[in-house]
Design a protein around this ligand. Sequence first.
Ligand code: PMT
Length: 400
Amino acid sequence: MLQGKSIVLGVSGGIAVYKVVELLRLLTKAGADVHVIMSKSAQEFVTPLTFQALSGNPVHTDLFSLYQEQEIDHISLADRADLFVLAPATANLVGKIAQGLADDLLTTSIMATKAPVLIVPAMNSNMYENPVYQRNQESLTDYGYHILEPISGSLACGWVGKGKLPDPVMIFDAAISVLTPKDLVGCHLLVTAGPTQEEIDPVRYISNYSSGKMGFAIAAAAQQRGAQVTLIAGPTNLTVPVGVRCFPIFSAEEMRSAVFDQVESVDVVIKAAAVADYRPVNRASQKMKKTADQSTLHLEKNHDILAELGQQKEGRVLVGFAAETERLMAHAAEKLQNKNLDLIVANDITCEGAGFDVDTNIVRLLHADGRVEELELMSKFEVAQQLLDRVKVLWKAKQQ
Ligand code: PMT
C-alpha cells in the first residue's frame, strides 16, 4: 500500500517527537518515500540529522532557505505528497491550520497541499480539553482533515489524561487507512481472533498457540477499507487496530456469548479464532495439589459457535478457518459443509511460514460453490486483503 508513495511528515515541537522517529522507520520500511518538515520547536527535541539519516532525504526546516527553495520549494513538496502526516501536532499548529495561518514552511506546505492530511495531536490534557482547542480540532474535521485522536495515559508534564501521542504502529495503520479505497463501507463485519483459555484451576488453563495475528490483520484491513468492525478476541499481546470495537474474552463460552450478543446487526462473520473444543467439566476453586502419580482431567465439549451460526445464517456471509496438520483439503471441505459456510480458509500448519504465531500464512480458499484457490506465502495482512476481496463479492451478492 505504501510502496512508492510520497509522504510528507510534518513534525512540530513536543516531547513525543522521539516517537515519530519510529513512525518514520515504519513508513520507510513499508517502501514510502518520506520527506520530513520540522518546525523550529521540533528541532529542540530531536535534531534534523536523525530524520535525515532515517528518511534518506534532506530534512526541510526553513521557508526561506535558498538552497532548499532551489532544490525543492514548499509548493513542490506539497504537490508531490500522496499523503501529509502531522505528528505530533501541537495545539499551536492545529490552531494555525484552523485559522488559515501560514507563516513557516510547515504551515505553508499544509495550506498548499491537495493531498489528504492526517493530523495526530499530542499535548497536555488540559490544553487538549480546552474548548478553544476543541473548536479548532472540530473545524479541521469539518474541513476534511483526518484526525487520529490522542490516547489517555500519564503525560510528560506529570498530568494523567488524554493527550498522549498514539503508538507509532497506530499512526502507521491510520496513514494506510487514509490512503485505502473504502470499498467495504456499509458492511458490518465481526471477526474473532486469538486463542481461548479454559480454566482448570486458578493457576492453569487449556489453550493453544494462536497469537491473534491473523484475526487482528483481518480486523485492521477491513476497518481500513471502510467496514464497521467488531473484534472478539481471546488473550493476545496485540494492539487493537484504531477504529475497531473490541470485546476481550477468555473462554470459548465467553466468546459464544459475545458473538451472539453482537451478531444480529452483522453482515459478515469471519472466525479466525482457535477455539478450544473442550473445557474441564469442573474448575477447581483452589490450586490443585500434586498427589497421585497420575491424574485424570474430565473434559466436556464446548459449543461449536460457527456451526451454530451456520444453522441460523439469515443472509449473513460466514467464513471459517481450518488449521490442519493432515488431510488439509478433506478436513477443510468437511467443515465448510457441516458448518454451512460460504468460504473456509485452510492453513496447513505444518508448513514453515503458515499457521500459528508467525507473521505470514499459506492458505487455500475453499468456496461453497466448489472453487478452490491456492495462495502463495504472504503476510497475514495480505492474506486478509485477499480474503476481504472475496468476502466483498459474497456480501454484495447477498444484498441483491
Ligand atoms: O492467531 P494466529 O497465531 O495468527 O494463527 C492463526 C490461526 C492458525 C489460529 C488461524 O489462521 C486459524 O486457522 N484459525 C482456526 C483454527 C482451527 O483449527 O479451528 P478449528 O478447525 O478448530 O475450527 C474450525 C472453525 O470453527 C474455525 O473458524 C473456528 O473459529 C470455529 N470454531 C471451532 C470450535 C468451536 N467450538 N467454535 C468455533 O466457532
